[in-house]
Design a protein around this ligand. Structure first.
Ligand code: DAH
Length: 339
């Protein structure tokens, strides 16, 4: 009997099977109720007592080996079975991690929504612009010191070509191509030659609004500004206009909103003033209308421009501008719920 078991051990060790059916047939042959192992178990009864222990151990060894071998064959068969050219087409897909919208995009879309509800449509222009659209057509004289306000990137071989420093350049593009009434917003990326730090970057985003029609007044501008501020920062938000200077608007103003963190009481964020600055605005300078072929005796208009990073910063208290362009998913994921 020992010899028979030895022979079966060898047989089992070298078993081969490549389909589920073949493996099942082997299982039946060796391990089923009527299989080789069970048969031998029965025969064990007739083995003389003094040999029972030795034969029993050998038989157990055979049973274990058969079980193990069949399990191995099954596992091999499962991994190779469903593959088609190395692809497992039956495997369920992994859950796919969805990305989140960038906070700048979220805020930009929110601003667009507010203005499009007022009838503004979106206009876009090139980021690589000529001097005319960025400066000259906006009333920056060639030697005007106001050009120093913005540290411009010039294209070395073409001194007339610049990376736009503000989205106001799109105003002039639109005036080139259309007649009043004009009611547009221009979101986009702008560039300035600034050293990168937590509070400045060499590129950022702006959104410009322009409205030109007959009888547009500063009161219209003020109303739109108040509406925007309250939609963006809450119904209780107050606005304040401070006289300012921009070459392309006259009169010009900068707008502050009541600090949305302390509600205007004063806190470190608003440097205890209760107010924070958010945008520049004014009535379109008649020179700008005329440079762009619009009769300033018939038409008037207002313009405003804001930094989208600035608005995002106020809304979400992002204290380091660099976070916006580092693509750190830990930062970006914080805005998942803002969708
Ligand atoms: N272009 C200005 C800047 O980048 C922002 C600005 C100020 C835009 C006043 C305007 C405006 O349309 O009326 O600093």
């Amino acid at each position: 009997m020992i010899a028979k078991i030895e022979q079966l051990l060898k047989e089992v060790e070298s078993l081969k099977a490549s389909t589920t059916e073949e493996i099942e047939a082997l299982r039946i042959k060796y391990l089923s109720k009527k299989g080789e192992v069970s048969q031998l178990m029965k025969e064990l009864r007739d083995v003389p007592n003094e040999l029972k222990k030795e034969v029993g151990m050998k038989l157990n060894e055979l049973k274990d080996m058969a079980q193990e071998k069949i399990a191995i064959l099954k596992a091999q068969n499962e991994t190779s079975d469903s593959s088609a050219d190395g692809l497992d087409l039956t495997r369920t897909s992994y859950p796919i991690a969805l990305g989140t919208r960038h906070p700048i995009t979220l805020v930009k879309n929110e601003i667009i929504e507010i203005f499009s509800n007022l009838g503004f449509s979106i206009a876009e222009g090139p980021e690589i612009e000529d001097d005319w659209h960025v400066f000259s057509a906006l009333n920056f004289a060639a030697d005007h010191p106001a050009r120093d306000m913005q540290d411009t990137f010039f294209i070395e071989s073409k001194p007339d070509i610049v990376l736009r420093t503000h989205t106001s350049s799109v105003q002039t593009r639109v005036m080139d191509n259309s007649k009043p009434p004009i009611r547009i917003i221009c979101p986009g990326r702008v560039y300035r030659n600034e050293a990168i730090s937590y509070r400045a970057h060499c590129f950022f985003h702006q959104l410009e609004a322009l409205y030109i029609d007959k009888d547009v007044s500063f009161a219209d501008l003020k109303q739109v500004l108040l509406h925007f501020a309250q939609q963006m920062f809450g119904e209780d938000t107050k606005i304040r206009l401070r006289p300012s200077y921009f070459p392309f608007t006259e009169p010009s103003a900068e707008m502050d909103i009541s600090c949305n963190i302390c509600g205007g009481k004063g806190c470190p964020f608003c440097k205890n003033t209760g107010w924070v600055e958010i945008l520049g605005c004014g009535m379109v300078d008649p020179n700008v209308l005329e440079s762009n072929g619009i009769d300033s005796n018939v038409y008037s208009g207002y313009a405003l421009g804001m930094g989208i990073e600035r608005i995002t910063n106020l809304k979400y208290q992002v204290s380091d501008l660099r976070l916006f362009s580092e693509n750190d998913t830990r930062f970006l994921k914080e805005f998942e719920s803002a969708h």
